[in-house]
Each structure stands twice: as C-alpha cells, then as structure tokens.
Design a protein around this ligand. Structure first.
Ligand SMILES: *Cc1c(COP(=O)(O)O)cnc(C)c1O
Length: 369
C-alpha cells in the first residue's frame, strides 16, 4: 500500500473484509473453457425477471436522458397501497444493500455498537464497520438466530440489531413466538432492522414479518428487495418500511438520484406480476422437495430452508467440493466463508438445474471419497 493511502485513508476501511460475490458465469467460462454453466451461487430467480418488468424497462429506454424521479413517487405509492403504510414511511434504495448502509450512515456514531447474527448477510458488518462502529456478533444456535443471546449482547451503546429472516446462508427463520418475546424485551433505544430479502419464499405458518412490529409502533426498519424473487438483481433496487421519522433521518443522507429510472419502472411492473411471483414460489417449493429427497438419498445433512437456497453439509472440504462442481460447470457458494468448512450453499434452480447439481455433486463426492 502506498504511504499516502496508509497514512491518509480512514483507518476503518482497513478493517473491512472485501465482499466475495458468487462467481460470475462469464468468469467460469473464461477460466475453465466451459460453455454450459449453471449458476446456483447468488440466490437469483432461475426463471429470470418478471416479463412485465422486462417490458416496462424496455418502454423507457428512449427517456434515459432524463434524471430519474428522486422521490420514487409511483413506486412508493404502489407499496403504500399494497401494505397500507404511508409513503412517508417507505424508502427506496439502490438495492437493499444501500438501505442497510444508509441506516448505519444515519444512525451510527464511531464506537457505537451493533448486534448481529453470525453467520449471516455480510452487509450488516460492513455497514457498521465503515462507520467505525463496533460489531457484536452473536453465533447462531442450531443454524438459527439466538434471539435471547442477541438481547443479552445489547448495551447502552447499542444502536442497531439486525435480524435476517429468513437467514442467509442457513435459510432458517425465527418464529413469531420468538420475535414477540424478543420485541417485548428489546430496549427502546435500539433500532431493529429486519432484513426480509427472502420473505416471499417463507412457507412456515410461524413466519412473521417485521412489519407487524412496525405497525405496533416499534422502532423497526424492514428491508425487502427486488433482487431475489422478482428477478431484478441486475437493476439494483430494494425498499424498506420504517417510521416516517426514521425514514426522514435516512433520507437526509441519501443521494438525490440513488435509484435509476429503469429500476423504478421495472419494479413497479414486477409488483403487479403475480403470475411470475406465484410461478416462482411454486417452482421453488417443488425444487426444494426434489433436493431434499435427493440429498436424503445421498445421506447428506442439510438445513431445512424457508428461502430459495439450501445449506448442505458435504462432509468434505467445501473448497474441494466447490472446485469439483465448478469443473462440472455448476457454481455454488462454499461454506467456509460463513464459518462452515464442510458446507455449501446452493440456490434452488429450475428442475433441470437441480438435477444437474445433484448429478454433479454425486460425481464429485464419489471422486473425493
Ligand atoms: C441478496 C440479499 C439482499 C439483497 O441485496 P440487494 O442489494 O437488494 O440486491 C439483502 N439481504 C440478504 C440477506 C440477501 O441475501
């Protein structure tokens, strides 16, 4: 590192771990000379974007010389009607990643604490550390948030608690009963951020959205995204519900044109594409049960999931399994980055992709044993 950067850049940035994204398809093609690649590494929708969203996006390509609506008026209006919450309590972001970062930017002073589950989505740690905040990671218990341990980690200096529900990378949920208990005890000085990127996939009757606690008057922020079930990850757009006061604070630190016009119009259309939504949910359900059955046949442990991915114990070095699967043209996420060196996280794909994954996994495991 240059002397200039070492001495002049903010010291907090050197504590950040670089984000490790799922390996892009084009990169695998280049590196391995393979043509037919299946990417099951980033929990994208295997059916692609909503057709209504695609059409809407295409419809404004001749308007790109105009700045986008900085207030995202129409999208907030639609979300407001759908969820019966005031537009002033809705935030739209350049991905929900941006909204997570903006929450920390608006609320976290240097040295103040956040409580987060571990392992979980890396953006919580990132957004806290970039603000010079202090992270108090609380290990999962049985692959699930340990809400009572998270409560115990709270101090006077705690500003934010993150709850990823369903959790990435384990696919588990915390139940209504557990969250009720937790919310009844969480101190008023703490902002509870619910990250519900996979809420549309949750099937359990025990699942509850953080929205219920927002409606009950708690200081809660609920983040959702168009990147997962709506299939718009490439456009970068997410949304959040919170109190109008918290929304106002976060708006103060938001760039005026943070959400591009193509993303806004596509998201608006996606919200009306129930056929795409329901087809995606059904495909995921079927794929999940197929994979459960096949993993059972292989004698492998997996964590039952409420999301569109499965966390699987291969009982082998996950890096070897990851590499072996890559050779077969199947991209998954190795579990060592999450602290589980024998696990892989696999997105539930189309029926053909799931079968290809299972066959490749069988081959790889046979070769390793
Ligand atoms: C994928 C994902 C997101 C979505 O991020 P975007 O910035 O909206 O693409 C948020 N939280 C979790 C837990 C995720 O897995």
């Amino acid at each position: 590192m240059s002397q200039f950067v070492a001495s002049r850049a903010r010291s907090a940035i050197f504590s950040l771990k670089p984000y490790v994204p799922g390996k892009p398809i084009e990169e695998v093609k280049r590196e391995l000379g393979l043509e037919d690649i299946v990417k099951l590494a980033s929990n994208e929708n295997p059916l692609g974007p909503s057709p209504l969203a695609q059409r809407a996006a295409a419809s404004i390509l001749d308007q790109l010389h105009y700045y986008p609506d900085s207030n995202c008026f129409e999208l907030k209006q639609k979300l407001s009607e759908r969820y019966n919450l005031s537009p002033s309590s809705i935030l739209i972001g350049n991905g929900s990643d941006e909204l997570l970062k903006l929450a920390a930017l608006a609320f976290l002073n240097p040295g103040e604490q956040v409580v987060l589950p571990q392992p979980s989505f890396s953006a919580y740690e990132f957004s806290a550390k970039v603000m010079d905040g202090v992270c108090l990671p609380v290990p999962l218990a049985d692959f699930t948030h340990d809400l009572s341990a998270m409560l115990q980690a709270v101090t006077e200096q705690t500003k934010i608690i993150y709850i990823c529900n369903p959790n990435n990378p384990t696919g588990t949920i915390v139940s209504r009963e557990q969250i009720d208990e937790f919310m009844s005890q969480v101190p008023d000085h703490v902002l509870v951020v619910f990250d519900e990127a996979y809420s549309e996939y949750a099937e359990s009757p025990d699942y509850v959205s953080g929205l219920e606690y927002l409606r009950a008057g708690k200081n809660v922020m609920v983040c959702r995204t168009f990147s997962k079930i709506y299939g718009l990850a490439g456009l970068r757009i997410g949304y959040a519900f919170t109190t109008p006061e918290i929304a106002g604070a976060i708006e103060r630190v938001t760039d005026p044109f943070n959400v591009n016009s193509v993303a806004q119009i596509a998201a608006l259309a996606a919200l009306d594409d129930f056929e795409h939504l329901w087809t995606s949910q059904e495909l995921n359900q079927k794929g999940k049960h197929y994979l459960y059955e096949q993993l059972n046949n292989l004698g492998l442990y997996y964590v039952p999931t409420q999301a569109n991915f499965i966390f699987i114990d291969t009982r082998q070095d996950c890096r070897k399994v990851f590499q072996g699967l890559l050779q077969q043209g199947v991209i998954v996420r190795p579990g060592d980055v999450f602290g589980y060196p024998t696990f892989i996280r696999v997105t539930i794909g189309t029926a053909a992709e799931n079968a290809r994954f299972i066959n490749s996994l069988r081959t790889v495991l046979e070769n390793l044993s």
